[in-house]
Design a protein around this ligand. Structure first.
Ligand code: NDP
Length: 248
C-alpha cells in the first residue's frame, strides 16, 4: 500500500513551482490531491497532467487565499468530492521586493495578505473539519528569510516570520484534537527565478551553502510528506529547515 492511499491533501498555489512538486509527491504516494491557485487555467491544466502522469485523483480549484469565501469554498468542494481533508499545505506565496525606503505601503500589505493572512484563512477554513474528525496535519511553507531576515525583503521576511508564530500558536490550539501544525522553511530552491541568475551571482550563492547546491522542489516535498505522514506523530509546532545548511 502506498503511504498516502486513502488520504486527501490540499495544496495552495499548486499550479507550478514548489506547490506543484509537493502535489506531485503526494500523488505518487497515492493521495487524492486538491490543487488550488489564483490562476484558474494553470491549475486546471496542472491537475489534469498530474492525474495523467500518476493516476491519482486530482481536483483543481480556482481560489484566492486572501478571500475567506474562496477558502471556505475550497473546503466545501473538497469535502463534497473526497469526504474529508487530512492534510493542508499552505504554499501559495508572492514576493514584492524592495528596500524599505522605497517599498510602497501596498506592496508591503499585498505580501502580508497572501503569505500570512492567506495561510491563516485557509487554516481557519480547514481546521473546522480537522478538529471535528480529531486528526489532521497543517504544514505551512515559511522561508529561511523568515528566520534570518534579508535586505530588500522586509515584507516577505516579516510574512514568513509571522507564519512561524502562526504555526506555533495553531499547534498549541489544535493539539488536544490531534491536529498537528508545523512549518517548513526552505532555503534557496531552484526555480525559474534562480535559473535566470548570472553565473557570477550563482557561484557566490553556492559558496554560502554548506551542501554546495541549490535545493529542489522535491527536497522540500520530501520534508512536507514526512510531516504529513505516520513517521512524525509526535512533532508539532516545529520549523524544519530545508536549506542546505545556509542558516543554522
Ligand atoms: P511560485 O511563484 O512559482 O508559485 C506560487 C504559486 O502561488 C503560483 O502559482 C501563484 O499564482 C500562486 N498564488 C499567488 N498568489 C496567490 C493567491 N492569492 N491565492 C492562491 N494562489 C496564489 O513560487 P515558488 O514555488 O517559488 O514558492 C512556493 C512557496 O515556497 C512560497 O510560499 C514561497 O514563499 C516559498 N519559498 C520559495 C523559495 C524559493 O526559492 N523558490 C524559498 C523559500 C520559500 P500565479 O502564477 O498567478 O502568480
Amino acid at each position: 500500500m502506498k503511504r498516502f492511499e486513502t488520504k486527501t491533501v490540499l495544496v495552495t498555489g499548486a499550479q507550478r513551482g514548489i506547490g506543484y512538486d509537493i502535489a506531485k509527491a503526494f500523488a505518487v504516494e497515492g493521495a487524492n490531491v486538491v490543487m488550488t491557485d489564483v490562476n484558474a487555467d494553470g491549475v486546471s491544466a496542472a491537475a489534469k497532467s498530474l492525474s495523467l502522469e500518476t493516476g491519482a485523483k486530482t481536483l483543481a480549484l480556482a481560489a484566492d487565499v486572501t478571500k475567506f469565501e474562496d477558502c471556505e469554498r475550497s473546503l466545501e468542494e473538497t469535502l463534497k468530492i473526497f469526504e474529508k481533508l487530512d492534510v493542508l499545505v499552505n504554499n501559495a506565496g508572492i514576493t514584492k521586493d524592495n528596500l524599505v525606503l522605497r517599498m510602497k505601503e501596498e506592496d508591503f500589505q499585498a505580501v502580508i495578505d497572501v503569505n500570512l493572512k492567506g495561510s491563516f484563512l485557509m487554516a481557519k477554513a480547514a481546521s473546522k473539519s480537522m478538529l471535528r474528525q480529531r486528526s489532521g496535519r497543517i504544514i505551512n511553507i515559511a522561508s529561511v528569510v523568515g528566520q534570518s531576515g534579508n535586505a530588500g525583503q522586509a515584507n516577505y521576511s516579516a510574512s514568513k516570520a509571522g507564519i512561524i508564530g502562526l504555526t506555533k500558536s495553531m499547534a498549541r490550539e489544535f493539539a488536544s484534537r490531534q491536529v498537528l501544525v508545523n512549518a517548513v522553511a526552505p532555503g534557496y530552491i531552484r526555480t525559474a527565478m534562480t535559473d535566470g541568475l548570472k553565473e557570477e551571482a550563482k557561484a557566490k550563492l553556492l559558496e554560502m551553502i554548506p551542501l554546495g547546491r541549490l535545493g529542489s522542489g522535491a527536497d522540500v516535498a520530501k520534508t512536507v510528506l514526512f510531516l504529513a505522514g505516520e513517521d512524525s506523530p509526535y512533532i508539532t509546532g516545529q520549523v524544519l529547515a530545508v536549506n542546505g545548511g545556509i542558516y543554522m
